[in-house]
Design a protein around this ligand. Structure first.
Ligand code: GDP
Length: 392
């Protein structure tokens, strides 16, 4: 599937930048165009792969390239004011070659949190192709204001996109790592998962055609109907055995073919599907009640088979209770077999309910603190008996 990716704010820009790198490394051909939008000049300058002409600075009149802080209402306002600047960058990309837009943003900050939903609304008004969002939830240790921003942005963003894919930083935090180092790792996990999903169906020159191919229309159908999506993923290393590949030459074995027998292949696939669905999802949730799902099995074609995928698909149908579970393979000459599962239209998500609860508490605290500080200032400035008069 060919995407036009727009990274809004720092996290959004960095993730799209990373998608370009992934595309380069794996030749997956999913990023047809990449744009970064930000109100902070320094963040745009820090990007590595997005072309200079596709980096759009907004809000200059108001914030002079210094960003909006964590004020997502200001982020939304500058996005609206400067939407033409973003549109100019979009006009320069070949949108007729694109299957969908993907607007990427961290929902806890200011620019992306406020701006991404504004952009999604704008794109939906102008284009007929789907507009998807990839929203990143903040870690719970980031504090009340980030949680409040994320809860408000989430609610707005879901309504403006055709589907909101969610990644929760909180469940991917690694202890003992620097924040930056941690994000590098997390961003790699993000592009790997979504890269395999969206890469299915993009068969490039010289690549093998899948036995039961997943094409873009199946991804679009799985995401249609809207709502919130999460992705599960599991992989297992395998030896690349075809065409006298490196490993087979080194191992020089003949016993390797045992591993490739059909039963093993099927079992490997079904166990990967279970691990992917029951392991850590990009947004933790109950998979029962999922409306639609798509299972993509990637790996060297000799490690993929129809029976395994069919069993995995059936198992997913039973676990989710969904009647709409699609599945297919995505042959890649990589030394791993991976199962990526898109669960679309999830509704039982305790993490979102908790986020909203903490956000409401944060909002009440902020109101209380503001009221208190107004009262305190009043009692400091005014004399007790009201004997002094202001000048004017
Ligand atoms: P903005 O520039 O005002 O949109 O704000 P940021 O994108 O800097 O931050 C918004 C939120 O995104 C933060 O609260 C973090 O939760 C998250 N975040 C920031 N940088 C990254 C990143 O590189 N990767 C990921 N996964 N999350 C990030």
């Amino acid at each position: 599937m060919k995407l036009a990716m727009i990274g809004f704010g720092q996290a959004g820009g960095k993730i799209v930048d990373r998608f370009l790198d992934y595309d380069d490394r794996t030749n997956s051909g999913i990023v047809r165009a990449a744009i970064a939008v930000n109100s902070a000049k320094a963040d745009l300058m820090g990007l590595e792969n997005i072309p200079q002409e596709n980096r759009v600075l907004i809000g200059q009149a108001r914030v002079k390239g210094h960003g909006v802080g964590a004020d997502n209402e200001l982020g939304a306002a500058v996005a609206e004011e400067d939407i033409d600047e973003v549109q100019n960058a979009i006009d320069a990309i070949p949108t007729h070659e694109v299957d969908a837009f993907l607007v990427v943003a961290g929902l806890g900050g200011g620019t992306g949190s406020g701006g991404a939903p504004v952009l999604a609304k704008h794109l939906k008004r102008i284009f007929t192709i789907p507009v998807y969002g990839l929203g990143v939830l903040p870690g719970t240790d980031e504090g009340g204001i980030y949680t409040l921003n994320a809860a408000r942005s989430f609610q707005t963003f879901v309504h403006e996109v055709d589907n909101l894919l969610v990644f929760d930083n909180d469940s991917w935090r690694q202890t003992g790592e620097s924040v930056e180092g941690g994000y590098d790792q997390i961003n790699e996990e993000i592009v790997r998962r979504f890269g395999i999903l969206f890469g299915a169906g993009e068969v490039g020159d010289g690549q093998e055609v899948a036995e039961s191919v997943v094409d873009s229309s199946e991804i679009i159908n799985t995401l249609s109907g809207g709502g919130v999506s999460t992705v599960g993923f599991a992989s297992e290393e395998v030896e690349l055995n075809t065409g006298g590949g490196l490993l087979s030459r080194f191992t020089g074995d003949d016993g390797g073919s045992d591993n490739l027998d059909a039963a093993n292949t099927t079992n490997r696939i079904t166990s990967l599907v279970r691990k992917a669905a029951l392991g850590r999802l990009t947004l933790p949730c109950e998979i029962e009640g999922t409306e639609r799902a798509l299972l993509v099995l990637s790996g060297p074609s000799e490690y993929l088979n129809r029976k395994g995928i069919e069993r995995g698909r059936k198992w997913l149908e039973e676990e989710t209770g969904s009647m709409e579970v699609r599945g297919g393979d995505f042959p890649r000459q990589e030394p791993e077999v991976a199962a990526a599962i898109l669960l679309s239209g999830v509704t039982n998500v305790p993490r979102i309910k908790r986020l909203q609860q903490v956000a409401i508490e944060a909002q009440e605290n902020i109101d209380d603190i503001q009221q208190e500080s107004e009262d305190n200032l009043e009692s400091l400035v005014e004399d007790d008996e009201d004997e002094l008069e202001p000048l004017f």
